[in-house]
Design a protein around this ligand. Structure first.
Ligand SMILES: [Zn+2]
Length: 264
């Protein structure tokens, strides 16, 4: 089973003139998962020709604005374009009140179901499953309660010729913590935040983020196959410097940028 990650919004916190806040798309054999939904997500989707109709699932890591400010606009546009297929939203329990407000204020014409699946368990938990995929959430260490996601392909027991299932993990936002490597152990592709360069450990700790070296160490300890870095502070106009630092510890690393694809 093939997975393809398209990175879209790679900025931390606020939109910049050339970078948007967090939003990425994971294609699992034609089923599209939106990973976070920052301001401008639907503009990014239009620019990169990702159809609203193909997004069936939306994963929200936590309830900071840079992960959810694009959600109301996207859901409303889906409705205006005539969507009828339901949307699954995987998010912490607090999302229920946000969706309730949205439906009361703007949801009159929504003609598709919105199903909220909670993610906020104290340990790694299987939150959804289909015949070829498992979706797990696991707690991260951020300034607000935040959960990562793990996607694991499944082999059907009667299909001996199927390719080896692939796996993908998303860790954004998080400071380093002892169990991170265990949660993401051995994944084929890791999308991880590197908000700050290695000389900014103090502010990273204070704000619940990772430096380049901290994220790279987590990837190395976990034995992941490949790492993509994202969520760059606006102080780094050239995030290549962050990639160079990551590679000092974990060589097989790449920079997320708008519209870039990574086949897993
Ligand atoms: Zn955050």
């Amino acid at each position: 089973m093939n997975l393809t990650l398209t990175t879209l919004g790679v900025s931390s916190a606020s939109p910049m003139s050339d970078r948007y806040p967090s939003a990425h798309v994971l294609d699992v054999h034609g089923r599209l998962f939106l990973l976070d939904c920052g301001e401008g997500t639907q503009i990014l989707m239009a620019k990169h020709r990702i159809s609203h109709f193909k997004i069936s699932d939306i994963c929200i890591s936590h309830l900071h604005g840079d992960r959810v400010f694009g959600l109301f606009g996207l859901l409303s546009t889906m409705s205006m374009k005539g969507r009828t297929a339901p949307v699954n939203i995987y998010a912490p329990s607090g999302m229920a009140a946000i969706l309730d407000f949205y439906m009361k204020q703007f949801g009159e014409d929504i003609c598709f179901g919105i199903r909220h699946i909670r993610t906020d368990y104290p340990d790694k938990t299987l939150i959804a499953e289909s015949n070829n995929l498992e979706i797990w959430s696991f707690p991260l260490a951020h300034s607000l309660p935040c959960w990562g996601f793990l996607f694991k392909g499944k082999t059907r027991s009667n299909d001996f010729h199927q390719a080896i299932p692939k796996s993908f993990a998303y860790c954004c936002d998080t400071a380093p913590f002892s169990r991170e490597a265990e949660y993401i152990s051995g994944v084929d592709l890791l999308l991880h935040e590197t908000t700050f360069a290695s000389d900014m450990e103090e502010i990273a700790l204070k704000t619940g983020h990772s430096t380049t070296h901290q994220a790279a160490s987590a990837a190395k300890t976990a034995g992941v196959g490949k790492m993509v870095i994202t969520h760059f502070s606006s102080r780094y106009h050239q995030p290549e410097i962050l990639l160079e630092q990551v590679k000092e510890i974990f060589e097989n690393a790449f920079l997320a940028s708008e519209g870039k694809k990574f086949v897993i």
